[in-house]
Design a protein around this ligand. Structure first.
Ligand SMILES: [Zn+2]
Length: 242
């Protein structure tokens, strides 16, 4: 199983590793800083150096318990057992982290609004924006703007974000730790659950990478809302500094 260094510290930008396996599409390392795409957060890209030669990582995905670095171009001179140095495309990843924390802020806040509880059904992060899906009939630009404004106030309040671990059987007893049916099913099957706590705001079982403090987000801005069906509305937002 690949050791996922980003689980305990999302700010690790470089590491040394060993190539455990080479497949048609890429390589599997003993440990990695490249996030394997999942939970609405895209995979990472970057550079792997072996014997002073640079190889480009295009994307990272899960392969069973391992992380597969999908490689660009030729890498057939690499061998299992080779030692390598990994460097992350940090700017891109850091934006993913900001978007991910912002989505949890939106989720945490919307779930405290009595009329909206349980109405967020999904989310997706892109390099330059993110999207949150609502199961709502009447969702207006005004509602979306109100949500964004409230999140911007919370961002300024300076909340730390902490990573915690908890036995699965304990986690399942905490209401709202996972807000989707597949998520709750997963909690049931996990020995240890990783939890992202935005102190005082939100707590969620999560495998993603997050910033350490809400102030790192700057501010977010509403891009647009989309009507995808009777009870399916989408909100797109971006980072103001982006
Ligand atoms: Zn998440």
């Amino acid at each position: 199983m690949t050791e996922k260094l980003y689980f305990n510290d999302s700010y690790v930008k470089e590491c040394d590793a060993r190539i455990n396996k080479i497949t048609e599409r890429g390589i599997i390392l003993d440990k990695t800083i490249f996030y394997a795409s999942g939970g609405g957060q895209p995979g990472d890209s970057g550079i792997i150096t072996v014997n002073n030669m640079e190889y480009r990582v295009l994307d990272t995905v899960k392969e069973n318990e391992d992380v597969l670095q999908i490689m660009d171009g030729k890498f057939d001179d690499l061998r299992e057992g080779d030692h390598c140095h990994c460097q992350l495309d940090w700017e891109k990843r850091y934006n993913h982290m900001k978007f991910h924390t912002a989505i949890h802020l939106i989720d945490g806040m919307v779930n405290k609004m009595p009329d909206y509880e349980g109405l967020i059904t999904g989310s997706q992060i892109y390099d330059d924006r993110a999207r949150v899906d609502f199961s709502m009939e009447n969702f207006s630009t005004e509602t979306a703007q109100e949500i964004i404004n409230k999140v911007n106030e919370v961002i300024k309040e300076d909340h730390d974000i902490e990573i915690k671990y908890m036995p699965g059987e304990e986690a399942i007893k905490i209401p709202n730790l996972s807000r989707t049916a597949p998520g709750r099913e997963l909690l049931n099957n996990l020995d240890v659950v990783r939890i992202i706590e935005i102190v005082g705001i939100d707590e969620q079982a999560d495998g993603g990478t997050h910033v350490r403090n809400t102030t790192e987000l700057g501010q977010i801005s509403l891009q647009k809302i989309e009507n995808k069906g009777k009870r399916n509305k989408r909100l797109y937002f971006t980072l103001v500094s982006y």
